[in-house]
Design a binder for this molecule. Structure first.
Ligand SMILES: Cc1cc2nc3c(=O)[nH]c(=O)nc-3n(C[C@H](O)[C@H](O)[C@H](O)COP(=O)(O)OP(=O)(O)OC[C@H]3O[C@@H](n4cnc5c(N)ncnc54)[C@H](O)[C@@H]3O)c2cc1C
Ligand SMILES: [Zn+2]
Length: 621
């Protein structure tokens, strides 16, 4: 009798983990390569599962595609590895078990990390290898991303009439990570021709059963479940799973009650776990009707957008000239008094926001959210918090953003961040779980009330998202393409690296006037010739025109005049910038806020004059 015919009348038991079992034996390299180098070990594991009661086993090919094998330099061995895997499984199975050819999902939370085209190419190659060798069915497992699963299922269905099992992995019961309700996803997979649809990995029996309680019996497909043994524990530098087999035995009937017909195990499970399932359910009669008690709720996120204390900067700068000033958190704990004196002076100069860098140049400074909150509460000013991907992983970034939301700080600059290598902590790691693009996307998702992994946050955030723009490059074309992409990802406006020539301002204007997002032009007053030379020659992303460096060089021995010259240069750049842009972003050098306060006041005065002129002109007509 065929696999699907059997499933019509009985529950079938599948095998458990391969990867974590090999890992627990001490293998810490490519599991799939062992099909070639240690076939007897793989066959031994398959046999152990069959002896435990598995009716169905899967090939050791979870990551046997060129995308994942590439990590071990084995991208050219897809055919050999998959062929050997099928041979090993068939040798072990004989006539005692069905053999499923397994494919694992490649995309996690960062769905754009691999393109659909690449996924298709990689899947096709593996598919042909497994089909050629002859399997009884295909198992598509551990798919967090529905788009990826639908893509590969569509290809597989076109290529074969063999049974196809399509399994989703859930972060939480009820929804996939893109918030598709799980019942909708199952219907879509059914529509694409999956014969068995289910859940695997990530969740242990407790949460997988909670998820199954919300799942309707598909009309034309069977349900499957491959729970993990438990959450993984980490001891002495190794992961291990503690869920014991007796716990699995006790949960088996509950899986039957939820309509599962193919029951196996995922990460952390062993032949003992499968034996426990088999002892309860082997050849058991499946249920045919089910009342879904707990339907997944529709998105519960409060639809109310939180009331902002002030309009977002992108709105302000579209309507009128606006000046924001970077006043960086100090490097020394005893410099906060000076910082707040500066913030006060800038407030008096009438700026729209203080921007606080996030350990720029990877140099440690007081946490910007702490000072930002004090700027907001003690001075009633708007803090704009820079947020770099360098120092926090995805967990840290989201938690940080949720904290900023809770503190009512809604203005952020999303940046990749200067690498740790450039900073004052040699050897510190640069995290870079995501780049600025994905960070922007993630913040947009929080604005929809959803976490990075698609979980309901109960409330929407209201972040206005700035992104970085470095115009100090030879050709602007590439940089502008990055801006277009940042807008696509959700950037609301841009802030540039400091610009040091009028020609560059005009070039930036000409190349960006088509963009929908407004731009704050960065201007940084020079304080000395040494300062100019250091910035020009040593700081990434900064280039200063020769004429300006010459002007500073002439005042090499006159420190005060040099500062005045730096201010004069910046004022003339402000004049040009205001003809072309509404946004001015001043960078305070060395906490010398009196310089940026003077420039901010100058900007506001010039802006008023321009407005006055417009007013006079318009009254003339
Ligand atoms: C306004 C502003 C504020 C900043 N604040 C901070 C801060 O607080 N903390 C901090 O650590 N850093 C800060 N930076 C520096 C910033 O992280 C780096 O300059 C970065 O390389 C550019 O911005 P990003 O991080 O958004 O990079 P992205 O645009 O995300 O670029 C990421 C990577 O791509 C490269 N890249 C950028 N442009 C191009 C291009 N045209 N062609 C090819 N490759 C390119 C970059 O070198 C970088 O490695 C700031 C920069 C700006 C403009
Ligand atoms: Zn798993």
């Amino acid at each position: 009798m065929s696999f699907l015919e059997k499933l019509k009348n009985q529950i079938l038991i599948a095998d458990g983990a391969m990867g974590t079992l090999l890992y627990s034996y001490g293998t810490d390299s490519c599991f799939e390569e062992l099909n070639l180098s240690h076939p007897e070990q793989i066959q031994h594991i398959h046999k152990a599962y069959i002896e435990a009661g598995a009716d169905v086993i899967q090939t050791n090919t979870y990551a046997a595609n060129y995308l994942k094998l590439g990590r071990y330099g084995l991208e050219d061995s897809v055919k050999e590895i998959n062929s050997a895997a099928v041979r090993n499984a068939k040798l072990a199975a004989g006539n005692d078990a069905f053999v499923l050819g397994t494919f694992g999902g490649n995309r996690g939370i960062k769905t754009n990390s691999i393109t659909i085209e690449e996924l298709k190419r990689s899947f096709r190659e593996q598919l042909y290898c497994l089909l050629l060798e002859g399997v009884d069915g295909l198992l598509l497992e551990t798919f967090y991303d529905l788009e990826e699963l639908e893509t590969v299922l569509t290809i597989a269905r076109k290529e074969t009439k063999l049974p196809i099992i399509a399994q989703i992995s859930l972060q939480e019961p009820g929804f996939l990570q893109d918030r598709t309700p799980v019942n909708d996803a199952i219907k879509r997979l059914e529509g694409l021709g999956a014969d068995v649809i289910g859940l695997n990995c990530r969740l242990g029996p407790h949460h997988m059963l909670l998820a199954l309680e919300q799942i309707e019996l598909p009309a034309h497909a069977f349900l499957s479940a491959y729970p993990n043994a438990s959450l993984p524990a980490y001891t002495d530098g190794k992961f291990h799973y503690e869920g014991d087999a007796e716990y699995f035995r006790k949960s088996a009937q509950a899986f039957r009650k939820e309509g599962v017909r193919l029951l196996g195990g995922c990460c952390g499970t062993t032949p003992e776990h499968i034996k426990a399932f088999a002892s309860e359910l082997k050849n058991a009669v499946p249920i045919v009707e089910k009342v879904v008690k707990l339907k997944p709720e529709k998105i519960t996120v409060e639809d109310r957008t939180p009331v902002r204390e002030n309009p977002p900067l992108e709105k302000i700068v579209k309507e009128r000239p606006s000046v924001i000033v970077e006043l960086d958190p100090p490097r020394k704990l005893d410099s906060t008094t000076k910082f707040f004196e500066g913030a006060k002076a800038l407030k008096e100069a009438g700026i729209d926001a203080i921007t606080l860098a996030d350990n720029s140049l990877a140099t440690v400074r007081i946490a910007n959210e702490a000072l930002g909150y004090r700027v907001k509460t003690e001075l009633g000013m708007r803090p704009l918090i820079h947020l770099a991907c360098r120092d926090r992983n995805i967990i840290g970034l989201q938690s940080h953003l949720m904290g900023l939301h809770t503190l009512g700080m809604n203005d952020v600059l999303a940046i990749t961040g200067d690498p740790a290598r450039v900073g004052d902590f040699p050897g510190a790691s640069s995290v870079y779980d995501v780049s600025s693009f994905e960070l922007i996307q993630m913040i947009k998702q929080l604005n929809e009330g959803l976490s990075f992994s698609g979980k309901d946050l109960g409330q929407k955030t209201d972040f206005s998202i700035a992104a970085a723009f470095n115009p100090n490059v030879r050709t602007l074309e590439k940089a502008v393409k990055r801006l277009e992409k940042k807008i696509e990802y959700g950037a609301d406006y841009f802030i540039t690296q400091p610009v040091f020539s009028e020609e560059k301002l005009i070039e930036v204007y000409e190349n960006t006037k088509h963009l929908s997002a407004p731009i704050y032009i960065g201007l940084m007053p020079l304080t000395s010739s040494k300062n100019a030379e250091f910035l020009h020659n040593e700081v990434p992303g900064i280039k200063i025109a020769d004429s300006i460096r010459d002007r500073m060089a002439r005042l090499n021995d006159q420190p005060q005049q040099a500062v005045r010259e730096g201010i004069a240069i910046t004022k003339s750049l402000i004049d040009t910038a205001l003809d072309l842009f509404n946004g001015i972003y001043l960078i305070t050098p060395f906490l010398r806020y009196e310089i940026t306060a003077e420039l901010a006041a100058y900007t506001n005065q010039r802006a008023n004059e321009i407005r006055g002129n417009i007013y006079v002109e318009s009254t003339i007509h």
